[in-house]
Design a protein around this ligand. Structure first.
Ligand SMILES: Nc1ncnc2c1ncn2[C@@H]1O[C@H](COP(=O)(O)OP(=O)(O)OP(=O)(O)O)[C@@H](O)[C@H]1O
Ligand SMILES: [Mg+2]
Length: 150
């Protein structure tokens, strides 16, 4: 059945419900899982005069390297969980928009299934579906499983 399953995580408990579902499916199908985490690097914003100023206040402790390292750690932890159950998994920790990253990894790996949670970190109750599955559903290059996490 499925050979390459792409799953996205923002590190939230809700997303981990989707990650675990992807691992279980992969175990049943003998598939490889590609765990994707997209992170947003600290950026600069254009000031009124067109000059760019860093938006990072002096007391912010995280650097871009820290943000990337956090993302890589959460991907590694997920892959460790997969390997414990005999599931092959790879990590894709990439900067940028999560939906774009998920679609690109699905294309690059020739994935036959994308797995996402219906909600993630924000988890606002008044919306049933988060922005990532909403966007991915319009552009997914393969089948999409939206796991109910709430
Ligand atoms: N940064 C990310 N990288 C990879 N996958 C992500 C990322 N953020 C979310 N996802 C995937 O999308 C699912 C839904 O999260 P989403 O961000 O859409 O909802 P939310 O955080 O509740 O609301 P919001 O749309 O306000 O961000 C998550 O369970 C996860 O599978
Ligand atoms: Mg979110």
């Amino acid at each position: 059945m499925y050979k390459h399953i792409v799953v996205g995580t923002d590190g939230s408990n809700r997303a981990s419900v989707a990650v675990d579902a992807a691992f279980e499916l992969a175990r049943l199908c003998g598939a490889t899982v590609h765990v994707v985490h997209a992170y947003r690097p600290l950026s600069t914003v254009p000031a009124a005069g067109g000059v760019e100023f860093g938006v990072v206040p002096v007391d912010v402790v995280k650097t871009n390297a820290d943000i990337r390292e956090d993302g890589e750690r959460l991907c590694r932890d997920a892959v460790g969980r997969a390997n414990e159950t005999g599931v092959r998994a790879e990590t894709h920790c990439v900067p940028g928009d999560p939906a774009d990253a998920l679609i690109k990894v699905a294309q690059d790996t020739d994935a036959d299934l994308l797995v996402l949670g219906n909600r993630g970190m924000e988890g606002v109750r008044r919306f049933v579906l988060g922005s990532v599955p909403n966007k991915v559903s319009h552009h997914a290059p393969c089948s999409l499983l939206i796991v109910r996490t709430t």
